[in-house]
Design a protein around this ligand. Structure first.
Ligand code: FCB
Length: 451
């Protein structure tokens, strides 16, 4: 193991990706349009006018990409299924060619001894469902459950960990409030239906997956330790509100069966017209793991007078910065993991770090090596403090379509030349390969990633 603390036997190391960011082939084999196709093609939405039309051409290059993961020696691969490949309009019968693609992918992983960790929703909602109101429409949660069942039936015997939703908070905040991600909405009031229907979709998908698969189920939340900008009451209050929306809104209902105090400001309507009887029971069914995506802390101050949001995010100074200008604060990961343990206690299931990584373009990327090493040390520290963590997936295997930033941020262990599709492993690939190689198998050789 490179200069890193020892992880316990059975701890897994993997890599993460998401469908729209790598697959390309957006009009092939019956795939329908997603909200990201629409958004990326709308003028001025994505830096440089980039789209995911081609991306990493992973849809055609999946076998050699799996060979790369095998060469890396990773024990797990987290990828997402594109809902519009399975149901082009978000409901109705399966598009066989779409489901076949993921079936081959899962078999290809098994053949290489890599555990498939599958995300069902990494933001690419079928456009046809958005046309009916998207997550604002309760029916979308029902459609998601049907989709989950279809995928569970087909892949459920081989998948090792299910992730229902990726970062519902980011999808909500950036996609529905700030409008910088698809579907590009600026909802400044009455946001609770979107939040609630995402959570309901998660809960209904847990039931669907329980019916079709014995693998553990989780969701992947983006958590950020919140630092108040000062000791003033105003800043403390703003920080508490921010902490509630980013860190508790999509976790308390799942682990406590109740929304966090103060959530009512998200609607002007009667909450009982949105949260129906029995919903919180569906949402709070047991999950067997908690997915944590971590990038950086949040420094929060009171908003300037007249601002529509109840908090303001300030830049964090005094730390190294990634190429995306994100501060590098590995201890924030320890803070958030121990914070989760403090808040949820015995209700906290074992954690999987489902994303951690940085944008850094160089092939000789000591910066990324230091970044990942820092986060791994923070994970180990949190484990020493009593937090149970079962695995770590770095974001990302390949440079890819980084949402509103297009191809301008490079998060890959592997560099991708987007003109030729040539893959060039960075130095971090070699280094992370050593980390993977040093992972000790579980004593009983049990392959279950949460076992
Ligand atoms: C996360 C997303 C992931 C990737 C990283 C950099 O918020 O889940 O798709 O874009 O950020």
């Amino acid at each position: 193991m490179p200069d890193l603390p020892q992880f316990p036997p059975g701890f897994r190391f993997g890599v993460s990706t998401a469908a729209y960011q790598i697959e390309g082939a957006v009009a092939e084999d019956g795939r329908g349009a997603s909200i990201w196709d629409t958004f990326a093609h709308a003028p001025g939405r994505i830096r440089g006018g980039d789209t995911g039309d081609v991306a990493c051409e992973h849809y055609h290059r999946w076998e050699s990409d799996l060979d790369l993961i095998a060469r890396l020696g990773a024990g797990a691969y987290r990828f997402s299924v594109a809902w519009p490949r399975i149901q082009p309009t978000g409901s109705g019968p399966v598009n066989a060619a779409g489901l076949d693609f993921y079936d081959r992918l899962v078999d290809g992983l098994a053949a290489r001894g890599i555990d498939p960790l599958v995300t069902l929703f990494h933001w690419d909602l079928p456009q046809a469902l958005q046309d009916e109101g998207g997550w604002n429409n309760r029916d979308t949660a029902m459609r998601f459950a049907e989709y989950a069942e279809l995928v569970g039936e087909r892949l459920g015997d081989r998948v090792k960990l299910w992730i229902t939703l990726n970062e519902p908070y980011i999808h909500f905040a950036l996609g529905h409030v700030q409008g910088v991600h698809a579907p590009g909405l600026n909802m400044l009031t009455d946001q609770l239906p979107v939040v609630h229907h995402l959570l309901l979709a998660h809960g209904l998908a847990v039931s669907a997956l329980r019916r079709t698969s014995s693998a553990p189920v989780t969701l992947a939340n983006n958590y950020s330790p919140v630092w108040p900008a000062s000791a003033s009451d105003e800043d403390q209050m703003a920080a508490a509100v921010y902490d509630m929306v980013q860190n508790h809104l999509f976790t308390d209902p799942i682990l406590f069966g109740a929304y966090p105090p103060g959530y009512e400001f998200l609607t002007t309507a009667d909450v009982d017209s949105i949260i129906m009887e029995g919903d919180l029971e569906v949402i709070s069914q047991p999950i067997q793991a908690l997915g944590v995506n971590y990038y950086n802390p949040s420094l929060i101050a009171a908003p300037p007078p007249g601002d529509l949001l109840p908090f303001a995010r300030l830049p964090i100074e005094g730390y190294p910065q990634t190429a995306f200008d994100w501060p590098v604060v590995p201890d924030g990961l320890r803070q958030l993991l121990t914070g989760l343990k403090e808040r949820y206690g015995d209700k906290l299931p074992p954690i999987w770090i489902t994303e951690s990584g940085c944008s850094w373009p160089d092939i000789d990327d000591q910066f990324r090596i230091d970044y990942i090493a820092g986060d791994l040390r923070a994970v180990r520290d949190a484990m020493d403090a009593g937090v149970e963590v079962h695995g770590y997936c770095t974001w990302s295997l390949l440079d890819n379509f980084e949402w509103a930033e297009g191809y301008h941020q490079r998060f890959g262990l592997v560099h991708v030349d987007f003109d030729t599709q040539e893959r060039t492993p960075r130095r971090s690939f070699e280094w992370y390969g050593q980390v993977c190689a040093a992972a000790a198998p579980s004593p009983d050789g049990h392959p279950d990633p949460t076992g």
